[in-house]
Design a protein around this ligand. Structure first.
Ligand SMILES: Nc1nc2c(ncn2[C@@H]2O[C@H](COP(=O)(O)OP(=O)(O)O)[C@@H](O)[C@H]2O)c(=O)[nH]1
Ligand SMILES: *[C@@H]1O[C@H](CO)[C@@H](O)[C@H](O)[C@H]1NC(C)=O
Ligand SMILES: *[C@@H]1O[C@H](CO)[C@@H](O)[C@H](O)[C@H]1NC(C)=O
Ligand SMILES: *[C@@H]1O[C@H](CO)[C@@H](O)[C@H](O)[C@H]1NC(C)=O
Ligand SMILES: *[C@@H]1O[C@H](CO)[C@@H](O)[C@H](O)[C@H]1NC(C)=O
Ligand SMILES: *[C@@H]1O[C@H](CO)[C@@H](O)[C@H](O)[C@H]1NC(C)=O
Ligand SMILES: *[C@@H]1O[C@H](CO)[C@@H](O)[C@H](O)[C@H]1NC(C)=O
Ligand SMILES: *[C@@H]1O[C@H](CO)[C@@H](O)[C@H](O)[C@H]1NC(C)=O
Ligand SMILES: *[C@@H]1O[C@H](CO)[C@@H](O)[C@H](O)[C@H]1NC(C)=O
Length: 460
């Protein structure tokens, strides 16, 4: 770079600084005059700071109406289990449920109340900041340092993981019609500020009851305060739902509601309603249903194949991969032998197409999985069973999936195809005659419940 250029850049920088200072002065002045000439009430202070401007008009609710909400975390089926528990508690407490949106592509891990709130707000704040300040800078000649780039949110090594974060309201994916006949349900919106929550639902300053769990999996809820059931080993303390009924505040704000074991029900009516929730909270997105139906048809139709789910990625699933694969393989073989479906495989060929599998009436196995290399990982299956298929065998069908853009109105630049893919996988595998899943997987639990439903039973 020539000296002249450097000199002119220095001059530009100097000019820029002057302009910047003038702007700051103007802003400060206008802000001060605002304070001088308006008589607003002092803003309320909470530990959680607002990340988005408040909406202009709060929706009106019945002044008697009471609300319940909670905080989401972890992957999709964790979030779904928490939602079902929230519907259950809203039913028991006769409160309107404020549901947080589905968190997609970046999810905070389970933690306690305030850290979880912080994590959720940081994602939204950092993502917004990055979009507005860290990339686009048309004035930048490519050499100059971006004015804003020193902000820590622009540090890609820490914050780029938030780029693809998006959210979707549950009712854009699930059918709430039946449930809404029994529990009032509203969306929280794409926002995790406690202040806007209170504002949006007309909740007074001291009208919130925060049930803060200071450890993850601290409280296990019981609907019978004389229960002799022992607490589940994952939890630390019993909490009686009868104490939630005594809460008088307009908003009852719970922490995490994850886990199937979070609520222990002994009252008949409650058990019945939980069953109802699990039977009725169904995917109702025609794009997803249509594509799943196509694949199910190609596999021989509903109930004409065997569904499997093998989860191998991350945490306990990675550690237990070999034993889980062995376990599921064992269960499948036992089932095939018992139902006389497996002919002596020594005289079978192992290169049947799906069409031939159906033609020769060979048992067809569908494996839903989170691994990208099922043939290597599940060679045990492929080497001893002639007709094994995964979603990868249907990539042609998947190409038709959602011809247009599939996005949420939170961020129209983030494609939802990779979010919908696992749901299609789930629907296909659960439409089999029977289903074998991976222990401790919430995805497997969901598939197993759906499989029960498709076979005419209650989900749980
Ligand atoms: N496509 C596909 N994705 C899966 C499968 N199993 C797990 N995943 C992905 O991994 C996530 C697992 O998290 P979650 O649904 O909470 O269930 P869990 O972690 O298995 O208990 C899913 O939401 C999917 O995104 C699978 O069989 N197929
Ligand atoms: C439930 O709450 C509504 C107000 O939201 C109230 O009108 C109704 O009487 C309550 N029902 C019971 C059984 O308490
Ligand atoms: C809310 O509670 C605090 C502490 O108890 C009290 O100081 C404050 O006056 C209350 N505010 C309202 C509006 O009742
Ligand atoms: C968590 O800690 C706070 C503050 O110490 C306390 O008020 C609250 O009762 C604790 N929560 C539980 C479930 O014990
Ligand atoms: C036990 O639950 C009943 C309602 O189911 C309630 O009336 C009672 O107050 C509860 N007792 C205690 C000690 O919490
Ligand atoms: C899904 O939505 C359609 C149209 O909104 C509705 O007719 C149908 O009953 C819903 N439920 C299920 C389970 O498909
Ligand atoms: C799904 O399939 C039904 C019936 O085949 C059709 O009416 C509907 O338009 C399809 N929906 C989408 C989103 O493709
Ligand atoms: C399969 O057939 C071979 C030869 O016909 C026989 O030796 C073997 O025992 C059979 N295996 C089973 C599991 O029936
Ligand atoms: C399958 O493999 C056998 C022997 O390897 C071969 O004779 C046969 O043609 C193959 N079938 C197909 C459909 O590729």
């Amino acid at each position: 770079m020539s000296l002249e250029k450097i000199y002119s850049r220095e001059k530009n920088k100097f000019l820029f600084k002057i302009v910047f200072i003038v702007i700051i002065i103007i802003i400060t002045l206008s802000f001060t005059s605002n304070i001088l000439f308006t008589t607003t009430t002092t803003p309320t202070k909470t530990t959680i700071t607002s990340t988005t401007p408040l909406p202009i008009l709060p929706p009106s609710f019945d002044s008697e109406e009471k609300f319940l909400t909670y905080l989401p975390h972890d992957e999709f089926h964790h979030q779904r289990q928490a939602l079902m528990n929230a519907i259950m508690l809203s039913y028991i407490t006769n409160r309107t449920l404020i549901i947080p949106p589905i968190l997609i592509y970046y999810v905070p891990r389970a933690t306690t109340f305030y850290p979880l709130y912080n994590a959720l707000n940081t994602v939204i704040k950092a993502k917004k900041y990055r979009e507005e300040h860290c990339y686009k800078d048309d004035m930048n000649d490519g050499n100059d340092v971006n004015v804003y780039s020193t902000h820590s949110f622009c540090d890609n090594t820490i914050y780029s993981k938030y780029n693809d974060f998006t959210m979707l309201n549950w009712d854009q994916l699930f059918d709430f019609n039946e449930l809404k006949k029994h529990v009032k349900i509203v969306n929280r919106g794409y926002d995790f500020s406690l202040e806007s929550l209170k504002y949006n639902f007309n909740i007074g300053e001291n009208d919130t009851y925060l049930l803060i769990e200071n450890r993850t999996f601290e409280l296990e809820f019981f609907d019978n305060n004389k229960s002799i059931r022992k607490i589940n080993e994952d939890f630390k303390k019993k909490f009686f739902i009868s104490d939630l009924l005594k809460v008088d505040k307009k908003l009852l704000h719970l922490s995490s509601l994850f886990s199937f074991d979070k609520i222990v029900l002994e009252k008949k009516e409650n058990i019945k309603f939980r069953q109802f929730i699990h039977n009725k909270l169904m995917i109702n997105d025609s794009k997803i249903l249509n594509i799943s139906e196509k694949i199910i048809k190609l596999l021989g139709g509903k109930g004409n194949y065997i569904g499997i789910h093998i989860r191998v990625r991350g945490g306990i699933f990675r550690v237990n991969e070999v034993s889980n694969v062995g376990l599921i393989y064992g269960k499948l073989m036992k089932y095939l032998l018992k139902s006389n479906l497996l002919k002596n495989s020594t005289n079978l060929l192992f290169n049947y197409s799906l069409k031939e599998c159906l033609e020769y009436k060979l048992p067809t196995i569908y494996i839903a999985t989170d691994t990208g290399e099922p043939r290597q990982r599940f060679s045990k299956f492929y080497n001893s069973i002639p007709c094994v298929f995964t979603l990868y065998d249907f990539s042609k069908v998947l190409q038709d999936f959602g011809n247009g853009k599939l996005t949420s109105d939170y961020d129209e630049d983030i494609e939802l195809r990779s979010f919908y893919g696992p749901i299609i996988d789930l629907l296909v595998t659960s439409h089999g005659k029977t289903f074998f899943g991976t222990p401790k997987s919430a995805f497997s639990t969901a598939a197993s419940e759906l499989n029960n439903l498709y076979n005419g039973k209650n989900a749980i």
